[in-house]
Write a protein that binds this ligand. Structure first.
Ligand code: FAD
Length: 317
């Protein structure tokens, strides 16, 4: 079922979460052990991220360059199929521009359609290490807007290099990313919002936000979006803090602020066990504020750790 149908059918705030594919070499059990504790909160769908493989080149003694994979999380398509079969719950595979030509994207979408997957979260993808600007794959897309156009074309029966329009076609529900504190590369929030609006005009059905720790920033973002005529559901993304180092890592990686009150509480913790308790309390507080604001769904970034997300869900769902 489509994510938007879940929103339309919901009688109360929905609980959903995002998982990362396990590292190369690990099996589905690793993943199921992570998902199992969260299933009692009845997520209508689960997001599965996509990570482009990254390489470094090392010079061998014979002078030849050796390509070494440094990031190893393949398997998004297979994982989505396995989750749908095992848990009978919808999945949202993330689909990125980076590393894909248009032909490879078309093939991936055909596979997803055959597997009965109705949703995709369409993204540009992060820069790879050592890349100062995002570099598209030759013959691939440079922005999420272009990838949305390809998905919409396929939803309308239009495939690459085909004159005719096909009667049988995909019908993906399309989600996109939004940034309450602005995307790191955007010159200002207004410019970023213009591109977000374009993503909706092109056919995106809903928005999931980058994580934020100040609920007011989300509320202000929704207000700005509505003023700009962006009227689709805007799903807040939340992450319970789990380590002290996240106080500096998350702001620099995700371009966001951590409120003084939260930062001070984390700084005062003896160890990361205490940090996780503070993180859970803060996420519960934010979730309650967002429920009061009337969000249709709360979306949690588990980032490979279900423990904290489970504690938040236990308090709320
Ligand atoms: P875009 O919408 O393409 O925007 C990128 C930048 O270009 C922005 O600054 C925007 O203002 C500007 N812009 C947009 N369109 C245009 C245009 N047509 N012309 C000129 N400028 C434009 N990354 C992964 O690699 N894998 C994942 O699974 C993943 N999941 C994510 C899930 C969520 C909910 C979020 C919020 C992010 C996720 N990311 C993921 C990170 C995301 O890929 C990065 O933030 C990336 O840098 C931008 O992706 P985007 O889709 O927002 O890009």
């Amino acid at each position: 079922m489509k994510v938007t149908e879940h929103f339309n059918n919901a009688q109360k705030t929905l609980f959903t979460f995002e998982i990362l594919p396990p590292l190369k070499g690990e099996n589905m059990r690793t993943l199921f052990d992570h998902i199992d504790p969260l299933m009692e909160f009845k997520p209508p769908f689960i997001d599965v991220t996509y990570h482009r493989e990254e390489y470094v080149y090392k010079q061998r003694e014979n002078g030849l360059l050796e390509k070494i994979t440094t990031r190893k999380r393949p398997g998004t398509v297979g994982i989505c199929a396995a989750i749908q079969n095992y848990y009978k719950v919808d999945t949202v595979p993330h689909l990125i521009c980076g590393g894909f030509s248009k032909e490879e994207t078309e093939n991936a979408l055909i596979d997803l359609h055959f597997l009965g997957i109705d949703n995709v979260l369409v993204l540009r993808g992060d820069c790879v290490k050592n890349e100062s600007r995002f570099t598209p794959e030759p013959g691939g897309h440079a922005y999420a807007t272009q990838l949305i156009e390809q998905v919409v074309d396929m939803n309308n029966g239009r495939y690459l290099d085909e004159e005719q329009t096909f009667k049988n076609h995909t019908d993906f529900c399309i989600g996109v990313a939004g940034y309450p504190e602005k995307h790191s590369e955007a010159p200002n929030l207004k410019a970023d919002l213009n591109w977000l609006k374009r993503k909706i005009e092109l056919g995106a059905d809903y928005i999931v936000t980058q994580m934020f720790f100040d609920t007011q920033k989300y509320i202000d973002f929704v207000k700005l979006c509505r003023e700009e005529g962006i009227n689709v559901p805007i799903i807040p993304g939340l992450k319970p803090l789990t380590t002290k180092s996240q106080l500096s890592v998350l702001p620099s990686f995700f371009h966001l602020d951590i409120p003084c009150e939260l930062a001070e509480a984390v700084e005062a913790c003896r160890d990361n066990k205490q940090v996780a308790e503070v993180g859970v309390e803060w996420a519960i507080k934010q979730s309650k504020e967002l429920m009061e604001f009337g969000v249709p769904c709360l979306h949690y970034y588990s980032m490979g750790r279900s423990g904290s997300v489970r504690k938040v869900a236990e308090a709320l769902f």
